[in-house]
Design a protein around this ligand. Structure first.
Ligand SMILES: Nc1ncnc2c1ncn2[C@@H]1O[C@H](COP(=O)(O)OP(=O)(O)OP(=O)(O)O)[C@@H](O)[C@H]1O
Length: 268
């Protein structure tokens, strides 16, 4: 595969530096307080996990942070600067990438073309045209393909992939832009256990290389094994935050939604 250098790559700040913050973020849909006053801090080179039962507001919060969902109240800050009014389409240029709860690959493009799209988003208009003309596979695209193990399916279209593979292609697409912040909404949903373990290991490797991540996932064991910190939500509100083991042991968290089935995670 011919590769080219990627113009958008940026160096990561020291581990633990505040990269992104939400301040009193709320998203209300009429009387439904989907998110209601969430403060969170995303630190460089760390994984923050958001845990909560169905309907607790995790995806809406991710939507608010990625500017796809309008804020009812509060602010979102990137490197200390308010981006509450920045269009979602500009966030890729600022190094923020995300995956969605449901597969959102373009059905008429091949896997390679879908992944390439993630790199193209990071380019300005002129560079995008040059890239289209040259159409070589850039180094970040090749790297994203290699890391997510989707090299064998590059010529297939999303409809021909298993659900787990399609989800890995989405992660590849997000990585292809060489983001500095990666947000993943249930990245292992629909995957079998070996695939989940592989993805968790990939996220940890990326973290160790400095990639800041926000992870929403129902697999509590994976969250405990993968995240540096957990923030637990219920009914749009923050109910606990801290080291993963402490959060899943927290009586409020246990009572609110973890229940007995998560005791294995709490015991480790
Ligand atoms: N566009 C919308 N209009 C009205 N209500 C919405 C909308 N989007 C989400 N909600 C409601 O907001 C609440 C939070 O939903 P959200 O999808 O953010 O929760 P979640 O924690 O991500 O759930 P899950 O784990 O099932 O994905 C729910 O009550 C949901 O029905």
């Amino acid at each position: 595969m011919t590769t080219t250098e990627h113009p958008g790559a940026t160096a990561a700040p020291p581990v633990g530096t505040t990269v992104l913050q939400t301040v009193d973020v709320a998203v209300h849909y009429g009387g439904i307080k989907a998110v209601d006053g969430i403060d969170l801090t995303l630190e460089s080179g760390r994984i923050l996990g958001i845990l909560g039962p169905n309907g607790s507001g995790k995806s809406t919060l991710l939507g608010a942070i990625t500017r796809l969902v309008p804020l009812t109240r509060g602010r979102v800050l990137l490197d200390g600067g308010d981006y509450s009014r920045t269009p979602a389409s500009r966030l890729a240029h600022r190094g923020i990438a995300r995956t969605f709860q449901t597969v959102r690959l373009l059905p008429d493009l091949t896997v390679l073309e879908n992944v390439q799209l993630g790199a193209d988003l990071r380019l300005d208009r002129a560079s995008r045209w040059r890239e289209l003309v040259r159409r070589a596979v850039s180094a970040p695209v090749a790297e994203a393909i290699e890391r997510t193990g989707v090299g064998d399916v590059l010529d297939l279209r999303p409809g021909e992939l298993s659900y787990g593979t399609a989800r890995r292609v989405e992660i590849a697409r997000a990585l292809a832009g060489r983001p500095r912040v990666l947000m993943l909404d249930e990245p292992t949903a629909g995957m079998n256990q070996p695939e989940r373990i592989e993805v968790a290991a990939l996220l940890r490797r990326l973290r160790d290389e400095g990639l800041t991540q926000l992870l929403v996932e129902h697999d509590v064991q994976m969250m405990v094994d993968t995240c540096d910190r957990l923030l637990a939500m219920n009914q749009g509100r923050h109910v606990a935050e801290g080291a993963p083991g402490d959060v899943v042991r927290d009586p409020t968290v246990q009572e609110a939604y973890l229940g007995k089935r998560w005791n294995r995670a709490a015991d480790q």
